[in-house]
Design a protein around this ligand. Structure first.
Ligand code: PLP
Length: 410
């Protein structure tokens, strides 16, 4: 059977209703799920079990920067799966060695080492431990509206009360200051501060980019006071904002740089990259059974290849300004502000976002919230311009009931 985009698709063995019923019977219950069973993807499009096609601006919540079923990832994973999947870091491995070298080459200067793990929260936990170990201090300064994950250390750095409160007491020693407020940071960093942890664009907190001068100012304060700077690029990392790493927009060099989500073409993987101020880390300081497994390393190497051969950061910059222009052209009293960097875009609304997300889904576009009033778009960086037109038009219709102004092609 052929979809409207020309892709072949095979209807899932079960329809949506059956899948939803079976999954609902046994799932943990911790996710607010949408009544949609996604069974296939290609590029920036996904299909539900009934064969309906969607433009995917959820993008695996930032994991699918290369889109779905990218041939380079499929090839790398299947080749590696037939050679070696498991190889803990008590041994060396060819794929891991190559990946560590490549990471050091693409990261901002100085980040020559990396601890490999399996998720964003794990990368955050590693950074917090390394910062304590390296400085001998225990306090951490984080930002209001910041999001760093849901394990106990990462949750302690996360701001939103709804995530934190049910699990208190959390790890002691964390405090939160307003983002983009250098004087507040100056007041907060003391001789007891092990690290400052910040996002370069706050994602879950509503898509708020760092203002020019803020991150270099924080870096200078950290250096002056002997604290380490941890930049959480788990959502911004790998091309999304128009640069390989969003910190390149600001010329900052973090001591610990965190990536996850998109680094292995959608497979679970994370990394805590380590700069010279961290010093040496002793054996047994940390570890992970699956960390640096050859399968994820092979996928991560293929991801780096595609990032550079297809210049996906450049594509994100170009398409990001194209889409932002279209969204800014929407005339609707419901829109407060359009903001973001590259293909990480937030539309702050004056109304609740959930009905807008539902209307978009009905129109064949999947998107994310960031809080209760921000519509967040994280499309795969391989998305085609015609799909962005479809997204902008669907948003225009949902917000003002008419198509968005067509913009000049960039
Ligand atoms: C900035 C940031 N840090 C950390 C995390 C946690 O990542 P994970 O869900 O892989 O644990 C997220 C997830 O959304 C994130 O956006």
């Amino acid at each position: 059977m052929q979809s409207e985009s020309g892709h072949l698709w095979v209807k899932a063995a079960e329809g949506q209703a059956e899948i939803i019923e079976r999954e609902s019977g046994h799932t943990s219950g911790v996710y607010p799920k949408r009544p949609l069973a996604i069974v296939r993807g290609a590029g920036a499009r996904v299909w539900d079990a009934d064969g309906r096609e969607y433009v995917d601006c959820v993008g695996g919540q930032g994991a699918a920067n290369l889109g779905h079923a990218h041939p380079a990832i499929v090839r790398a994973v299947s080749e590696q799966a037939s050679r070696l999947i498991s190889c803990p870091e008590i041994f060396y491995n060819d794929r891991r060695a190559m990946l560590l070298e490549r990471l050091a080459a693409v990261a901002p200067p100085g980040l020559e080492r990396a601890f490999l793990c399996n998720s964003g929260a794990e990368a955050v936990e590693a950074a917090l431990k390394f910062a304590r170990l390296s400085t001998g201090r225990s306090q951490v300064v984080a930002a209001m509206r910041g999001f760093h994950g849901r394990t106990m250390g990462a949750l302690s750095a996360t701001w939103a009360r709804a995530y934190r409160e049910p699990f208190e007491p959390l790890v002691p020693g964390f405090r939160h200051v307003p983002y983009n407020d250098l004087p507040a940071m100056q007041e907060a960093i003391s001789g007891e501060t092990a690290a400052v942890i910040l996002e370069v664009v706050q994602g879950e907190g509503g898509v708020h980019p760092a203002e020019p001068g803020y991150l270099p100012g924080v870096q200078a304060l950290c250096e002056e006071r002997g604290a380490l700077l941890i930049l959480d690029e788990i959502q911004t990392g790998y091309g999304r904002t128009g640069k390989m790493f969003a910190c390149e927009h600001h010329g900052v060099r973090p001591d610990l740089l965190l990536v996850a989500k998109s680094m292995a073409g959608g497979l679970p993987m994370g990394a805590c990259m380590i700069g010279p101020r961290v010093g040496s880390l002793p054996p047994m300081a940390h570890g992970s059974t699956f960390g640096g497994n050859p399968l994820a390393c092979a996928a991560a190497l293929a991801t780096l290849d595609v990032m550079s051969s297809d210049d996906l950061p450049g594509r994100a910059a170009r398409l990001g300004s194209y889409l932002t222009g279209k969204l800014e052209g929407i005339r609707s009293p419901a829109v407060r502000q359009v903001r973001g960097l590259g293909l990480m875009i937030g539309i702050e609304l004056k109304v609740k976002v959930t009905p807008v997300l539902q209307a978009l889904q009905t129109a064949g576009v999947l998107a994310l919230p960031a809080g209760s009033t921000v519509l967040r778009l994280l499309p795969p960086l391989v998305i085609e311009r015609e799909d962005l037109d479809r997204v902008a038009e669907a948003i225009a219709v949902a917000l003002e009931g008419r198509p968005a102004l067509r913009m000049e092609t960039v």
